[in-house]
Write a protein of this length. Sequence first.
Length: 277
Amino acid sequence: MKQFFPWEANPARKFFEILLAIFWGYSLGMNKTYRRKTFGVKERAYIRTEIGKLPDCSLKMLLFIIIDIVDSPPETFKLKNFKFKADKDKLIYTHELMAMPRVFFRIAALAFLNKKSVEIFSNVKNSLFQSGFKEDQIARFIAQFWNVGLRNGYSSKSRLTLEKLIHSNPDLESCFKPLLDGALSDRNPAEMLALYDIKLQPYQEKTINIQTLQNTQLALYQASTCFGGEKEKYEQIKNLKELHNIFPDLMDLAQDENSSENSGNLIDSFSMGAGNE
C-alpha cells in the first residue's frame, strides 16, 4: 500500500488518535499524552470498522479514503478530550452534525475561515435556523472530526494536500462541491461574508468602510492624474466632493486614521482654479 497522505493533513486526526489509544489499550484521560505503538494492518482495520459506524455522509467517504493512504501518526500525541459525547447527551451529536449536509458544510467552511466555535454556533443557529445543537457539541465536532484551524496547527500545506486529495477523486469532488465552491475557492472576502452570512464586529465594519473609501479616493486621484487635462481633473474633484457629502462621517474617520500626515485628505490636496470653478 502506497502511503502519501500526511497524518497532520487529516482533518479527523484526533478521531483517529482516540481510536488508536483505545486499540493500544491505554487508559484514557483528559489532557494526556500517548506514545505511538504499531500502526499497521490491524490498526487500520480497526479504524476502518469505526468509520463504518458513522452515518452515511461526505465526511465518512473522505475518511474511508484517508485511512487507506494516511501515513503513521506522530511518535507522541496529546488528547485534550477523548469522549465522543458528553455524559448528559442522549445522542452522539457529532454524528448528527456530519449527517446534515447544510450544517456540516457550514461548520466545515467556517472552520477553514478560522472562526471560533462560539461564532460558528451563533452562525448555524441564526443563519440555518438549527437550534438543536449546543456550542460545546460543535466544538467537540471541530476538535475531533474537522480540526482545520490555523490556531490548532493546521497549516496551509495541509489544506492544499486535503484539497488535492478531494480533487483527485470524482466522487469526493462531487460530494465536497459546496466547500470547493465556497471556503476553498478564490472568492474575495466580501463574497465570503455574504455566502456564509458572517456578521462583522463594529470595529471590523469600520475598518472595511475606511479601507473602501480610501481605495475609492486613491482610484479617483490616480484617474485624475493619469487621464486628461484640467477639465478631467475638475470632474474627479467633483466626484470626491460628492463622496464626502454622502459619507461625511466615514470620510472623517478615514482622515483620522491618517491624521499624522493628513494623507487621507485628497480633496484639499487639489488646487482648483477660478476658471474651473
